[in-house]
Every structure is written in structure tokens, then in C-alpha cells.
Write a protein that binds this ligand. Structure first.
Ligand code: SF4
Ligand code: SF4
Length: 124
């Protein structure tokens, strides 16, 4: 009997004093500095070396010359697309970028209604 009462007291103590560990998403969002979410491209730093695209294990990054544009080192002359539907968010592209032009941000709310909308053009 004493054991049951001790157990009950402990349960009541936890129920009344302990703060919840969980959060009420989406009203509250918890982010981590180690988070790997949506890609962000610094167009000023990008030298169109394609290391990120070559490094990607899934072929999720495509860098293609825009119509009527000459080959340059300006990323705005290219379509730089990331297929979020295929991306593993492994961060290899970010790690490999020699100029630190690519960053995986904390933005993880990337759901879309259409599959085609998962293709994100970062070069504008
Ligand atoms: S995070 Fe990984 S899978 Fe996604 S684009 Fe970069 S290298 Fe490819
Ligand atoms: S983002 Fe980095 S690795 Fe990718 S093309 Fe630009 S400079 Fe090269």
C-alpha cells in the first residue's frame, strides 16, 4: 500500500510541477543551429564551378545556362535549381562549395501541393 501511495505522489508531483517537453507545433517552432533545411545561394559569391552539383549524391542540383546567354561566371546567367523532393538534406553541397556561397538554412517547412513546385530556382 505504501508503495502505491509513493508512486501516486510521484506522479502527482510530476503532473503539477514538470514543464512539458513537447511543443505545440505549428504554434511553436523549435529550431537547432545544426538544422539542415532549405538551400540559400549567395549569388555574389557563386563562381559557377558546379562542385555542389557534382557532389550531390542524388543529382538534385542542376545548373543550366539560360536561353540566349553566353557562358560566364555569373550565376544569374544560369538556372540554378534544387529539387527539394529528391534532396536528402545531407549538406554535402554546402560543405563542398569552395566560396561558401551555398548554405542550408533552418527553413524546413517546404511542403508543396504540386510536385513541380518542389523545383526551386535559386538564381532568380
Ligand atoms: S543537401 Fe545533399 S542531397 Fe540535397 S542538394 Fe545538397 S548534396 Fe544534394
Ligand atoms: S554554389 Fe558554390 S559549389 Fe555551387 S556552383 Fe556556386 S560556387 Fe560552385
Amino acid at each position: 500500500m505504501k508503495g502505491i501511495i509513493n508512486g501516486l505522489m510521484l506522479t502527482i508531483k510530476y503532473a503539477l510541477t514538470r514543464k512539458p517537453i513537447t511543443i505545440e507545433y505549428p504554434r511553436a517552432v523549435r529550431k537547432s543551429p545544426n538544422m539542415r533545411g532549405m538551400h540559400k545561394l549567395d549569388k555574389g559569391k557563386c563562381i559557377v564551378c558546379r562542385v555542389c552539383a557534382n557532389m550531390c549524391p542524388n543529382g538534385s542540383i542542376k545548373i543550366e545556362l539560360k536561353k540566349n546567354k553566353m557562358k560566364t561566371k555569373n550565376i544569374e546567367d544560369y538556372d540554378y535549381t534544387v529539387n527539394i523532393g529528391e534532396c536528402l538534406f545531407c549538406g554535402l553541397c554546402e560543405e563542398a562549395c569552395p566560396t561558401k556561397a551555398l548554405e542550408l538554412t533552418e527553413d524546413f517547412e517546404l511542403a508543396e501541393y504540386e510536385r513541380t513546385d518542389l523545383l526551386k530556382n535559386l538564381s532568380g
